[in-house]
Ligand binder design. Structure first.
Ligand code: GRF
Length: 208
């Protein structure tokens, strides 16, 4: 059996419920994802994902932006400090699983081709924080009949853009509400994120 010390390591960044984090935790536990979660970091203290991590025995870090704003420090400082904090855990990959901040070069430069983002829409469609509602509104205007989910690398400061690793379409059904569509999208996210990470860590291990 491989020692967990030699598995590729993940830093998972969250801002909220952490249902995608939970999918990663479960996939690690079941052996579907051959990786170790080295740390979970959140910019929000109340993020339920922190509790999920603690329940799984994973180290957690809370890194809020407000003290930086209050002290008149710029975003680069926040990002540089987050990078330094994560460096303590030497993650091979940084996974943005519902992380709601946009990174500057001060963070990105530390993880070239090593930051993975999950977004609840297909490439080029519905970027930003309201992707599910935007897709539903487009459906109601008769402009689309489906939306989807993507997993992509984060090379720069563009929002929800970058080399696409995987996509999956999600149908929108007549009568869908935010909640019914969100449930369908999240179930798809959980599976696609785990599948993509598991391929990614396998391919990175085989190249070493
Ligand atoms: C997901 O829909 C993700 O795509 C988006 O934020 C949501 C996070 O959900 N960026 P959760 O915290 O993993 O439950």
């Amino acid at each position: 059996m491989t020692s967990s010390a030699h598995l590729p390591t993940l830093a998972v960044l969250i801002s909220g419920s952490g249902s995608n984090l939970q999918a990663i935790i479960d996939a690690v536990d079941s052996g579907r994802l051959a990786a170790r979660i080295a740390v979970v970091a959140s910019n929000r203290k109340a993020a339920y994902g922190l509790e999920r991590a603690e329940a799984a025995g994973i180290p957690t870090r809370y890194h809020p932006l407000k003290p930086y704003r209050d002290a008149g420090k710029d975003r680069n400082q926040y990002d540089a400090d987050l990078a330094a904090l994560l460096a303590e855990y030497a993650p091979d990959w940084v996974v943005l699983a519902g992380w709601m901040h946009i990174f500057s070069h001060a963070f990105l430069q530390h993880y070239p081709n090593r930051i993975v983002n999950l977004h609840p829409a297909l490439p080029g469609q519905f970027p930003g924080a309201h992707a599910i509602d935007d897709a539903l509104a487009a459906f109601q205007r008769g402009e689309v009949d489906h939306t989807g989910v993507m997993v992509h690398l984060v090379p720069d400061e563009r929002v929800d853009e970058g080399p696409v690793l995987a996509t999956r379409a999600v149908p929108i059904l007549p009568g869908d509400t935010h909640d019914t569509l969100a449930a369908r999208i999240h179930a798809t996210e959980h599976d696609l994120l785990v599948e993509t990470l598991s391929q990614l860590v396998r391919s990175s291990v085989s190249k070493e």
